[in-house]
Ligand binder design. Structure first.
Ligand code: G
Ligand code: MN
Length: 277
């Protein structure tokens, strides 16, 4: 179990804070062809019982020169160059292959870019991949951000409805951050709200953060959907969120994002009683 907060991602963010990568379409294409993109997996824990409920897949670029590179360094370029759907397909292929190795009661969440959520092919790609890897779509949660849901509401809503009808779960990644338009969001068929890590990391001393967390949980309860808190880094946050009624937790406190082999070993060794009172 890894209750060690020092983590590669933070390390990379600190190291790369002043480095501006100038990735272009050709280098992204080259990386896809040469299989340099990898999915890392971070577990999600049912806070009342301590059991693992699933994993989120997080894309990384194993860059031959710059090392492990985070999505914030390449997603925007891929969106602008029209390569984001290719990257989404890479993540779906790798993620579903991994899911096949998991117990069928475990779920799997995948981040979908605002651009890819607008693409009608997404529904077809996901259905085909579910068929290919023998995955029940009810095990899959597609995470997108609030802006993606509200932008171009008619078109996006149509695609979200199709995904929902095909059995896929839909999650909002940055819940609590704004809620400028709760009535609009309530019309969408989402099945989970993710409490943003910026709220989790400040909940201990900020009553504003706690208020946002509480209203997100209340909204989810009213809609009969789940809440997942991300960025949990210590026992205090885990217990506090559980007391506020948050269902599921994710963060370095439980495990960092890991490569497949490490994830499977972690899963074997996970002790649900880790989350003590
Ligand atoms: O975009 P999304 O919210 O899915 O981003 C998840 C990101 O947060 C990943 O890059 C992941 O490595 C990082 N992350 C995961 N757990 C923690 C945590 O406990 N603390 C912090 N600061 N970041 C985390
Ligand atoms: Mn996410």
């Amino acid at each position: 179990m890894s209750i060690n907060n020092k983590h590669l991602d933070d390390f990379l963010r600190a190291e790369n804070a002043n480095v501006k990568h100038n990735f272009d379409a050709a280098s992204i294409n080259n990386a896809i062809v040469n299989n340099q993109f990898a999915l890392y997996y971070q577990p999600q824990i049912d806070l009342p019982s301590g059991k693992v409920v699933g994993f989120e897949g997080l894309l990384r670029w194993k860059h031959p020169e710059f090392g492990i590179t985070l999505p914030e360094d390449f997603i925007t370029v891929a969106e602008q160059s029209g390569q984001i759907d290719a990257l989404t397909n890479v993540a779906i292929g790798k993620g579903f292959k991994f899911m096949e190795k998991l117990s069928p009661d475990l779920k799997f969440s995948l981040n979908i870019s605002t651009q890819s959520i607008k693409n009608y092919h997404l529904v077809e790609t996901l259905n085909t991949s579910c068929h290919e890897f023998h995955i029940d779509p009810h095990r899959v949660v597609l995470e997108f951000n609030e802006a993606a849901a509200l932008e171009n509401p008619f078109h996006t809503r149509n695609i979200l409805a199709q995904l929902n009808m095909n059995g896929f779960g839909l999650g909002i990644d940055d819940s609590g951050a704004g809620y400028s338009s709760i009535p609009e969001l309530e019309k969408l068929p989402f099945s989970e709200l993710k409490i943003d890590k910026s709220l989790v990391s400040t909940m201990e001393f900020s009553s504003e953060s706690r208020k946002s967390i509480i209203s997100t949980i209340e909204l989810a309860d009213r809609l009969g959907i789940s809440t997942v808190a991300e960025g949990i880094e210590n026992n205090l946050e885990a217990i506090g969120l559980r007391e506020l009624g948050c269902k599921v937790g994710q963060g370095y406190y439980f495990a960092k994002p890991m490569v497949e082999t490490e994830t499977l070993i972690w899963l074997e060794n996970w002790d649900k009683d880790t989350l003590c009172n």
